[in-house]
Design a protein around this ligand. Sequence first.
Ligand code: 0X9
Ligand code: ZN
Length: 327
Amino acid sequence: MAIDDQVQTKSSPRASDGYVYDQYHTYDDINSWTFDRANENPSLVTRNVIGTSWEGRQIPMLTLQTAPDNPAILVDCGFHAREWISPAFCQCYVRQLMDEYESSSSTSVLNKLTIHVIPVVNVDGYQYTWTNDRLWRKTRSKRAGSVCYGVDPNRNCDARWSGPGSSGSPCSETYYGPEKESEPEVYAVAEFIRNNIGSLKAYVTFHAYGQMILYPYSYTTDLAATNDNLDYYAVQAYQAVKSAYNTRYIYGPGAETIYLAAGGSDDYAYDAGVPLSYTIELRDKGKDGFILPPDQIAPVCVETFNLMKVMHQGALDIDAGIIEPVQ
Ligand code: 0X9
Ligand code: ZN
C-alpha cells in the first residue's frame, strides 16, 4: 500500500513546467500561471478574462481547444474562497490535459472536446483567505447599509434565487445578495454559460469538502427531467474516483444528498440548458476540512482526473446523441 501510494503520487501531474502543483498558491501566482500555460502552448491554450471582480481583479479562464467546432465543457474552481483544494485541482487538471496532449496528441480527449477552466472564480475572497481570514467563504463586495461584507456566490445565481437554504441577511454565510447575479464574479460565469450554451455539454464546479458528486436539483427536492442521465454519470464518476485510492464519495441530487440550497451555479447551468451539471465536493470528510494538507493535493489530482474522464465521456456521449438530453 505504501509503495503503491508512492508510485501513484509520482505519476501525478506536476513540475514538467517548473510550477509546484502540490502546494497551494496565491491569486497572483495562479494568475501568472495562466499566462505561462497559454505562452507554453499557444496553439492549444488560450487565456481569456471572463470578468473583473468587485475589487478589480481579473478572472482568467484557460481554454484548451484543437478545433473550433468541438463540443465543450466548463470546469470552474474557487467559488468558495476557503476551499483551497478546488483551485489546486483546476491547476493540475490543466497540467495533466496539456501533458497528455503534448505526449500523445492523437489519443488526447482534446481532439474531440474543448475544455474551459476557470481556476478561481471568487478571486477577491481567495486573496482574502491568504491575507486576512483563512476561513472566508463569500465574495468581498460591500454595499451601503450593511456592516457586513460578501455574498455567497453559490446562492447568487438565477436558480430559484432567494429560495430555500439561502439567507437575505447580509451577515449570513449564505447571503443570496441584493439581486440575482449581483456579484460580478457570478455574472461573469453565468454570462459565459449563456454565451456558449450551444457548445456546452457539461458543467463541473469544484467545491470542498465532503466527497460528494451532486447533481440538480438543489433548489427543490423534485428530480430533474434527466435525472437518469445525471445519475448514470454520477455512478461512473463515483467508481472512477474510488478506483485510484479507494476514496469513498457519495452521490445524488443536491437537495437530498447535502441540503436544499437555492441559487447555485449547478442548477443554473442545468436549467440554462447544459445537459450534464455537477458540483463536486472534494476531500476530505471533515478531518482537516478546508485546511487540507498539501500532501493530499497530488492524490486528489489523480483520483479527480479519473472523475473528469467520466465527465469528458459524458459530454461526448451527449454530443453524439448516445444519451438524449431531455429539457
Ligand atoms: O452549499 C454549497 O454551496 C455547496 N457546499 S459547500 O460546503 N462547498 O458550500 C453545495 C452546493 C450544491 N449545489 C447547490 N446548492 N446548488
Ligand atoms: Zn463550496
